[in-house]
Design a binder for this molecule. Structure first.
Ligand code: ZN
Length: 659
């Protein structure tokens, strides 16, 4: 496992130091609550996870205190044990957060036993068999199908889950914080509800079956979560935060999801807070029935410098948008900047950290009251780094330094342009808008538009996400060399500006090439909208000629990609301009046929690209595990404690977290 671990740091830079003491205290109590709640998450991953967690914690604590001697065990075995622990902590359980497959220690069982002090032998014996067994292999499937889930007892079938769903709908109950169990008698179903309170069970008859609702699931953990949340209330920044936490506390107290919804309603009104948080049973990816949700808890800090730059971009939209390759007829009268915040994660107690968040998931709130769109900047940065031993994959040696030096600032600039001017630009034309308007591409009158009730995603379906991401990415390239943008992002000397412009484009084709790893040739399908978008841009730029982009089968990774800085203005920009115009006009005019043809043409990998994909997959690194810092109370103040970028660093951070 040693070589397979890919560890990254959550870089929060100066964000933490910029907080007031009050905000630091708020972040502290929320982080405490987050790690208390992580025990629920572990219990949700597999029944054995929490026991393995306790064993590893005790074992490595004794080791840190010098009470376990490694002497007789060979270093490779020891390394394998350390890696297992880091993997386990990083995934909050013994299932990989990305693939959903189970992983086991690579240190042989008898070697592990040699290391155990007598005090831990019994604990080890109780779980060693299941810890070392590679089955059930797949998380998120019914146990009756050979999978692993803790949301259902082993005897639950998909039909049982559907019946339970009907019952819950009939009672207007939400499933997010529940589990479904069946008694052997076959007639009784038990629905457990996560809550601190445990009132007498309620019994219902439904479709000739008996449903018993039992509250009080995860009560110990939720009680601890609430104790910290109650203290956090004392340090909230405004009434919204206070109201939101109060509702979350009530929901964990009673198990009533309506309080959680009320909390999220207030949460969406808390715009760009300095300390942002997400709390509760949120994502239902792992429930085979798709409705029970994993407990997660995030604490993040707004990046003030970045937010400031984003605001300046919005303020300059009136100067920049008219430069886009379409006339004012295709633009809204007044620029409306999308609700977008960039934040840096401080604490995220979850098996796998996403790079962006769009919540709440409750459709009735999303549809009527809105949502928040948040980009997790330090997660994106870490996953875009693509470094192995400080070398960036697929970048030729002579460009390593310049690529490494400028990609962070280039990426920040690209994010702002993409989110604000990209997604914020353009207009969907209605019947009135197209009267007397010619299609700038064909020169002929426009015949298609959005009729009453028609929407972009409704009309374009699965194409809409990737095509819109592509439009936004093209706009980010389009403006990446502009003086106004360079001065907002404070790029430095004219030479720096030139390099940043280059690396913005270079990064895009590099990301486009790497995108192939999420293309599935069997299903001829892209699994990620941004990846499909960047791949299409790579194809456009390959077609732009002049050897602007070169991909060769060489170098330590088997592939190298380069982009000629001197050809951006002559070949790159004109090609993107033409492509962007089509993306923009076809979207504006609801031209489903033209956009589908265009986009399929550029995002279908050729034979050669599929060959490159094989090479990329071979060199694919495992998903990043993050070493998260700890927030600690320290001499009347609050401090941030950071750890080494090693498996040992991850273990240390957990030992400090759970005293
Ligand atoms: Zn986007």
């Amino acid at each position: 496992m040693n070589s397979k671990l890919n560890i990254s740091k959550l870089c929060i830079g100066n964000s933490f130091k910029q907080l007031s003491l009050r905000e630091m205290m708020y972040a502290y109590y929320l982080s405490q609550a987050a790690w208390a709640g992580a025990k629920i998450t572990m219990k949700q991953r597999s029944p054995e996870s929490i026991k393995i967690f306790n064993l590893l914690l005790s074992f490595f604590r004794l080791h840190r205190d010098g009470k376990i001697k490694v002497g007789n065990v060979n270093p490779q075995n020891w390394g394998n044990l350390v890696n297992y622990a880091a993997m386990f902590f990083g995934n909050l359980g013994n299932y990989n957060s990305f693939t959903g497959t189970k992983f086991v220690p690579e240190i042989p069982k008898n070697e592990f036993i040699k290391l155990l002090p007598t005090s831990l032998v019994q604990q080890f014996n109780e779980i060693s068999e299941v810890m070392y067994s590679s089955s059930p292999e797949q998380l998120g499937d019914y146990i009756s199908n050979g999978g692993m889930t803790t949301y259902h007892s082993a005897n639950i079938t998909p039909e049982d889950a559907e019946l339970a769903q009907r019952f819950m709908v009939s009672q207007k109950l939400n499933a997010e914080n529940t589990r479904l169990l069946k008694r052997d008698l076959e007639k009784d179903y038990i629905i457990t509800v996560a809550s601190i309170q445990s009132p007498p069970p309620q019994v219902f008859e439904f479709e000739d079956k008996r449903f018993i609702i039992i509250k009080g699931d995860y009560s110990v953990e939720l009680k601890e979560v609430n104790e910290h949340l109650k203290k956090a209330i004392g340090y909230t920044a405004n009434l919204n935060q206070k109201g939101m936490l109060t509702n979350f506390i009530q929901s964990f107290e009673t198990g009533n999801i309506d309080f959680h919804k009320a909390g999220q309603r207030i949460w969406i009104k808390d715009h760009s807070p300095n300390v942002e948080t997400i709390i509760g049973f949120i994502e239902s990816y792992e429930d085979p029935a798709g409705s029970r949700a994993e407990f997660e808890f995030m604490v993040a800090l707004v990046d003030k410098k970045m937010s400031d730059r984003f605001q300046q971009l919005v303020a300059n939209a009136t100067k920049l948008l008219p430069l886009l390759p379409w006339s004012a007829d295709f633009e809204k009268e007044k620029f409306q900047s999308p609700d977008f915040t960039s934040i840096n994660v401080l604490t995220f107690a979850t098996p796998g950290i996403p790079s962006g968040i769009n919540l709440p998931n409750y459709d009735d709130i999303r549809g009527n009251e809105g949502f928040k769109n948040v980009s997790l900047a330090n997660i994106i940065q870490a996953s875009n780094s693509g470094s192995i031993n400080n070398r960036i994959q697929f970048i030729p040696q002579q460009f390593q330094e310049v690529f490494g030096k400028y990609r962070t600032i280039a990426f920040e600039m690209q994010t702002g342009l993409h989110e604000l001017l990209g997604h914020g630009s353009g207009k969907l034309l209605g019947p009135k808008d197209i009267e007397n308007l010619n299609n700038p591409i064909t020169g002929k009158p426009i015949t298609t538009c959005y009729k009453d009730g028609e929407t972009w995603s409704g009309l374009f379906g699965s194409l809409s996400n990737a095509a819109e991401e592509c439009r936004a990415e093209c706009i980010s390239l389009y403006f990446s060399g502009h003086d106004i943008v360079h001065s907002i992002f404070n790029v430095g000397t004219p030479q720096d500006a030139r390099q940043i412009h280059w690396i913005s484009w270079y990064w895009m084709v590099w990301a486009g090439l790497k995108s192939l790893e999420v293309y599935s040739p069997d299903k001829q399908k892209w699994n990620q909208a941004h990846s499909q978008a960047r791949f299409a841009i790579l194809q456009v730029l390959l077609e732009a000629g002049g050897d602007l982009v070169k991909i060769t089968e060489s170098g330590p990774d088997g592939l190298e990609i380069s982009l000629d800085q001197n050809k951006i203005d002559t070949n790159g920009f004109p090609a993107i301009r033409v492509f962007l115009e089509k993306l923009g006009v076809y979207k504006a005019t609801a031209d489903v046929q033209a956009l589908t043809e265009l986009f399929n043409k550029y995002s279908s990998p050729t034979e050669l690209m599929l060959k490159y994909r094989e090479i990329i997959i071979k060199g694919k690194r495992p998903r990043t595990i993050f070493v998260q810092p700890n927030v600690q109370i320290y001499q009347n103040g609050v401090r941030l404690v950071e750890y080494d970028l090693t498996p040992e660093g991850i273990i240390d951070s957990f030992l400090d977290r759970y005293k």
